[in-house]
Design a protein around this ligand. Structure first.
Ligand code: UD1
Length: 417
């Protein structure tokens, strides 16, 4: 079993370059299904989740070639509308092919992705959207089937601005007859990236980034394009917190400051010095920092995907902080592991009360999900003595060369195989 061995207490110093966004490349790769020509994606991060969506496309019949940070997809050979259950189980985001399959081929069958450790994560909003577009949706024996010769544009009001449901409805509506309006849509930067990608292919979408998205259906998409995905805002945020926690001085390149504004605002409130330039962010840590009150919300609120990393940071603040998780019902599993490192955290319902301590102590800990894993690595960087992080399969889903990037900043971190 692989593990990371971290000797904490080193001040991080230097330059780090952010990779392409996991949560942008996954829906964009899924949306390639809609096109009638091969196309190229640039800035693709080497992540296990990207490998999984590549396998999904291949299982559907597409040809996918991955070379360094370029992926070429030839969707013209797709011959099956059925997503293999094993790939649906491996990654919830495999469901992102459903809207494109339904829109392009009039049919999709996939097993239910089920719950995961951070919460139950249902699909009802996706399926209500498909049904509103005129699909016949059936759920039987853990499988979802949706069918419609051609979808028809309509108005859909999402009960919650779900990222995945917004993306699936957008892709389903691209080739639909007439206009689709999605109200209370998710406003995440990855939705804007998906819109830009689809419009470059010839789709007619407006409004992504706002709460109402308008999709005017077109008859087909067939351009040969190449498209570069946006930088990963969660990786950016994770390095910002790493720099602050390790009292370092780090220049983060290939970042979009606007995408991490909620994180920047909170770190500044804590006392961390942050300078933003066009596509880079300079972070300078301080010796001790102020406690914070953080509540996670859909974008532009504070991202749930940064909640665990921020909690480690607050474990070393000079005072008591409160973190409230509003998106997922079970996203505090890192708390037990952080407590083992000496953090003083008490959970009450959806809130965690964090009493700052002067230092954390390294020990053996286990990642239970992707961002929890990142939080434990950050804890290890700040802790006295050695931290061993297990459960790296979670980290490898979403961080490209994490330990190599941290080592370049001076961290004492290595992977033991
Ligand atoms: C995406 C991100 C994930 C991030 C999350 C919230 C990707 C690949 N993943 O996940 O990293 O943590 O957004 O920012 O982009 N919900 C329903 N019914 C539905 C769909 C969602 O009730 O049909 C609920 C979920 O249970 C959850 C909330 O809505 O409580 C947010 O989920 P959603 O925005 O859909 O997250 P994902 O798209 O799965």
């Amino acid at each position: 079993m692989e593990r990371l061995i971290i000797s904490g207490g080193v001040k991080l110093k230097g330059v780090v370059t952010i990779s392409g966004a996991k949560n942008a490349i996954l829906p964009i790769l899924a949306a390639c299904i809609l096109n009638k020509s091969p196309l190229v994606l640039e800035g693709v991060p080497h992540l296990d989740d990207v490998k999984t969506i590549k396998e999904v496309l291949e299982a559907l019949g597409a040809k996918v070639t991955w070379n360094r940070d370029l992926i070429e997809v030839d969707p013209t050979t797709i011959c099956s509308p059925e997503v293999p259950p094993a790939l649906m189980r491996r990654m919830r985001a495999s469901n992102l092919v459903m809207g494109s399959l339904l829109g392009r081929y009039g049919k999709v069958k996939a097993s239910y992705p089920g719950g995961c450790t951070i919460g139950s994560r249902p699909m009802d909003l996706h399926l209500k959207g498909f049904a509103a577009l005129g699909a016949r949706v059936q759920e039987k024996h853990g499988f979802i089937e949706a069918e419609a010769p051609r979808l028809k544009g309509t108005e859909i009001h999402l009960d919650f601005p779900s990222v995945g449901a917004t993306e699936n409805i957008m892709t389903a509506a691209v080739l639909a007859e007439g206009t689709t309006i999605i109200r209370n849509a998710a406003r995440e930067p990855e939705i804007v990236d998906l819109q830009n990608f689809l419009n470059k292919l010839g789709a007619r979408i407006k409004g992504a980034g706002l709460d109402t998205i308008r999709i005017d259906g077109v008859s087909s998409l067939e351009r040969k394009i190449s498209y570069r995905v946006i930088p990963d805002r969660i990786e950016t945020g994770t390095f910002m917190v790493a720099a602050a926690l390790a009292r370092g001085e780090v220049l983060i390149k290939n970042a979009i400051p606007k995408h991490v504004e909620p994180v920047t605002a909170k770190l500044r409130e804590a006392g961390v010095k942050i300078r933003e330039e066009d596509d880079q962010i300079h972070v300078t840590g301080v010796e001790r920092w102020n406690p914070l009150d953080i509540r996670t919300f859909p974008f532009p609120g504070f991202p749930t995907d940064m909640q665990p990393q921020m909690m480690v940071f607050l474990s070393l603040a000079k005072g008591t902080s409160i973190v409230t998780e509003n998106i997922f019902e079970n996203r505090f599993q890192h708390v037990g592991e952080l407590r083992r490192m000496g953090a003083q955290i008490h959970v009450e319902g959806r809130s965690a009360i964090i009493k700052g301590v002067p230092s954390l102590t390294g020990t053996a800990v286990e990642a239970t999900d992707l961002r929890a894993g990142a939080a434990l690595v950050l804890g290890g960087l700040a802790a006295e003595n050695t931290t061993i992080v297990e459960g790296l399969q979670h980290l490898d889903r979403g961080y490209e060369r994490l330990e190599e990037k941290l080592r370049l900043l001076g961290a004492d971190i290595r992977r033991q195989r």
